[in-house]
Design a protein around this ligand. Sequence first.
Ligand code: IPE
Ligand code: IPE
Ligand code: MG
Length: 252
Amino acid sequence: MKLAFWKKSDDTAGQVDFGRLPRHIAVILDGNGRWAQRRGLPRTAGHKVGSETFRTIATYCRDIGIAYLTVYAFSTENWRRPQDEVDTIMSLLKRYLLEAIDTMERDNVRLRFMGDMTPLSVELRELVDRCNAISDRLTGCLCSICINYGGRAEIVHGARAFAKDCVAGAVKPEDLTEEMFENYLYSAGIPSPDLLIRPGGELRLSNFLLWQCAYTEIYVTDVLWPDFSKEELHRAIASYQRRDRRFGGVKR
Ligand code: IPE
Ligand code: IPE
Ligand code: MG
């Protein structure tokens, strides 16, 4: 009896209703540095393991039928970190891009990059463009990787683009609606996240998807990103499925 109870509570997949999954999951890939430091390793070691965790979780999201996955990999503020840490993250990104260009079609995962790519090296920018172009031809799970991304920067970028269209006479300021403005964001065409997962335990958004997360359900876990597993994902989805999303209305 005791064993049966233990088994049940440990059966994380059993807690998930796979017929009612969130359409869009966003994840703040946080906790790599602490993971490494707790093991007496350099922070960069955490980023390496974290990139493997990303591969596992992205593949699993595709397998269970999550339509959109958006991950925060490098923020507009992360340039403040020591140069060797930034360099390691950029070299992991390059490795990931090269691998993705070879495997995306086979895996039918669309990879798209969101953020301001201008400070990246020419080589990285070319790889990002190639990846985005391949994605445009595919139909599978859309995985958006946010690099040099900031929610405020994204809104300013959108506001500038709208202002330019006004000056060009294509639109009028009074025509602007929330729906129209969404088309000026990096995330144009992608529905808002249903669930935002933050590993690493911090209770903040850290400038991630400020516009898009207006009604997103938030799940924070102390588990650090390199230790994040399918079981943790099940726990997050099960928690989401117990929520009552009211969108300002009353309980259904
Ligand atoms: C997240 O892990 C990865 C990036 C921000 C690039 P951190 O490096 O922020 O890990 P902690 O929060 O210091 O543990
Ligand atoms: C958020 O994590 C950015 C990414 C995970 C890419 P940070 O580690 O940069 O956030 P803060 O500094 O703890 O708010
Ligand atoms: Mg952090």
